[in-house]
Write a protein of this length. Structure first.
Length: 349
């Protein structure tokens, strides 16, 4: 007796290979726009090649970083604003790389979803390409995984992987000393950390994503999706200028947790909270959520997205270099004897 039922296909199981092929063709121009010296192959191969010698390195040390964008992704999905989280993804990886003294060279992404919608995925990946282009690194590959049953309808997840290089002997941190100056590079908002708390504050305030932001002229969703700033090119220019001893990307854990990561045993820092004025979103979060100062400082960047630790006699010159590259630079404190971070002054939120 024969089974008259129609045979199953991969599409019947929820995986659309044609949609994946459509996506690859859509994003190829965006990926090509990120090509840089050292790029050897485009999308579509089983692996991607990169030539370190062609990139200008003679005795390179490779540096790798991986990250995601946390629950900021939930906000992007719920608002349908998908074009900027790709920039966030790149920033979270390459801003970390440059803290080691490395130049980001290439990037790979992982996009996973229950059902692939090519147009939505393309918006995300084109944002990734834009972030790569703005950081001087090439988008040379990635993976798009369609996995029915693993994600709720409309959901997806992102991960990013960046590889950079520096010449041997150029690693940071190096020679951090008591008396070194702390230069703070301004953030433009929450960046990509603390969104689980942000979402709780929004819930407590009984606001919706399309309501007007209490701290901005845009909708709340739009204001909170401003992408993480890319500090790579200005910071690389400052490294080349000389005098930088360490760099700290202010991500989850805020200033309280991230600056100590680059300090030797026996050294700490004093930070003057009155030295800068954070974006208004931080004042709103503190007030609407009843978030204490200590909690703010170990959850959010609070207006400082990157800290430069530099020699005192190089501080003025480095301020000029960074300002010339478009950064808003503030002297926020100094390295001190004794461990831990000591805050002085009242914050301007």
């Amino acid at each position: 007796m024969t089974d008259a039922r129609q045979g199953l296909t991969y599409a019947d199981a929820g995986v659309d290979i044609d949609a994946g092929n459509t996506l690859v063709e859509r994003i190829k121009p965006a990926a090509r726009a990120t090509e840089r010296p050292g790029t050897m192959s485009g999308l579509g191969g089983f692996g991607a090649l990169f030539d370190l010698r062609a990139a200008g390195y003679t005795d390179p040390v490779l540096v790798a970083a991986t990250d995601g964008v946390g629950t900021k992704l939930r906000l992007a999905i719920e608002t349908g604003r998908l074009s900027t989280v790709g920039v966030d993804l790149v920033a979270m990886c390459v801003n970390d790389l440059v803290c080691q003294g490395a130049e980001p060279l290439f990037f790979l992404d992982y996009f996973a979803t229950g059902r692939l919608v090519a147009e939505e995925a393309a918006q995300v990946i084109e944002g990734i390409a834009a972030g790569c282009a703005a950081s001087g690194c090439a988008l040379i590959g990635g993976e798009t995984a369609e996995m029915p049953g693993m994600y709720r309808t409309g959901d997806f997840d992102l991960a990013g992987f960046a590889v950079g290089a520096m010449e041997r002997g150029g690693a940071l941190p190096a020679e951090v000393r008591e008396g070194d100056v702390l230069l703070g590079l301004a953030s433009n908002g929450v960046h990509s950390n603390g969104y689980s708390l942000v979402r709780r504050v929004v819930e407590r305030a009984e606001l919706r994503w399309d309501d007007a932001a209490p701290f901005d002229g845009a909708s709340l969703g739009e204001a909170l999706l401003v992408p993480t700033r890319l500090y790579v090119l200005p910071v690389l220019a400052a490294i080349r200028a000389g005098g930088i001893h360490a760099l700290a990307h202010v991500t989850g854990g805020g200033l309280t947790e991230n600056l100590p990561r680059v300090l030797p045993d026996g050294l700490g820092a004093t930070i003057d909270l009155s030295a800068w004025t954070p974006p208004p979103v931080f004042g709103w979060l503190a007030e609407a959520g009843g978030v204490a100062q200590g909690e703010m400082l170990k959850t959010f960047n609070c207006g400082i997205g990157m800290v430069v630790v530099c020699a005192p006699d190089r501080a003025e010159a480095l301020e000029a270099v960074l300002a010339g590259e478009g950064e808003r630079v503030t002297r926020i404190g100094a390295i001190t004897a004794g461990g831990g971070i000591r805050y002085v002054g009242d914050p301007n939120w």
